[in-house]
Design a protein around this ligand. Structure first.
Ligand SMILES: Nc1ncnc2c1ncn2[C@@H]1O[C@H](COP(=O)(O)OP(=O)(O)O)[C@@H](O)[C@H]1O
Ligand SMILES: Nc1ccn([C@@H]2O[C@H](COP(=O)(O)O)[C@@H](O)[C@H]2O)c(=O)n1
Length: 203
């Protein structure tokens, strides 16, 4: 099965997951999503307190070799067992999630365009561009409510790693994108254009 691979990148809280969800909703049964976050490296060798302090916004935090292998396998029409990442323990869990091959594979993550080996596997590269103040407000809410974090830990992490790594790696990787979408999740014009493009590509 030939598949179309669509990248959705952008800073934390930019609206990547929202855009991805709206895109795949339009192609029921025809799409699978691969999250770069699932490929955060395992750190069973470190104590919880040490894992909390790692830099999760640097390109080296990810096991790109495994992700590339999985994307190649999906493109060849074979399913993969994707790792399940656990944000509350700051580690890869011992579970996996089966991802089926599909005509449309969406690849989502903050740093996918900072990795040339991932970029070259993507047919369409979308970058969701949202102001930093909006993104941090969304992130505080999400990390406290969904990822079991304290306000203090979100603030420390944002200032020590998330913001500097965004400026150093995520923002410059935008130039590798084909399409830049302001306010991704709710930008219906951009979403319609993307859906039309995908529809035409998969025929
Ligand atoms: N355009 C938007 N306007 C308002 N809220 C949005 C918009 N896009 C996303 N959100 C909200 O912001 C939060 C983060 O969005 P999400 O798509 O999870 O971002 P990301 O995957 O880039 O971290 C979610 O609660 C989502 O509902
Ligand atoms: N243990 C971890 C691993 C990652 N993060 C943060 O997740 C962010 C990426 O996910 P988005 O949904 O926000 O795109 C990234 O900025 C990491 O800082 C974490 O907090 N803890």
């Amino acid at each position: 099965m030939a598949s179309l691979t669509v990248g959705v990148a952008g800073g934390t809280g930019s609206g990547k997951t929202t855009l991805t969800r709206k895109l795949v909703e339009r192609f029921p049964g025809k799409s699978s999503v691969v999250f770069h976050d699932s490929y955060y490296k395992a750190h069973d060798d470190l104590a919880y307190e040490e894992r909390c302090l790692l830099n999760y916004d640097h390109p080296d935090a990810f096991d790109n070799d495994l992700m590339v292998e999985h994307l190649r396998r999906l493109a060849a029409g074979r399913p993969v067992e994707c790792p399940v990442y656990d944000y509350s323990s700051y580690n890869r869990s011992d579970r996996t999630r089966r991802i089926e091959p599909a005509p449309i594979i969406v690849v989502e993550g903050i740093l996918i365009y900072a990795a040339p080996e991932i970029c070259e596997l993507l047919d369409i590269k979308v970058f969701v561009d949202t102001d930093a103040d909006v993104r941090i407000l969304r992130r505080i809410k999400r990390d406290v409510v969904e990822r079991g974090r304290t306000l203090e830990s979100v603030e420390r992490q944002y200032l020590t790693t998330v913001k500097p790594m965004h400026e150093l790696y995520v923002e410059p990787s935008k130039r590798n994108a084909d399409i830049i979408v302001p306010n991704g999740g709710h930008n219906l014009v951009a979403l319609d254009m993307l859906i039309n493009k995908v529809e035409r590509a998969i025929g």
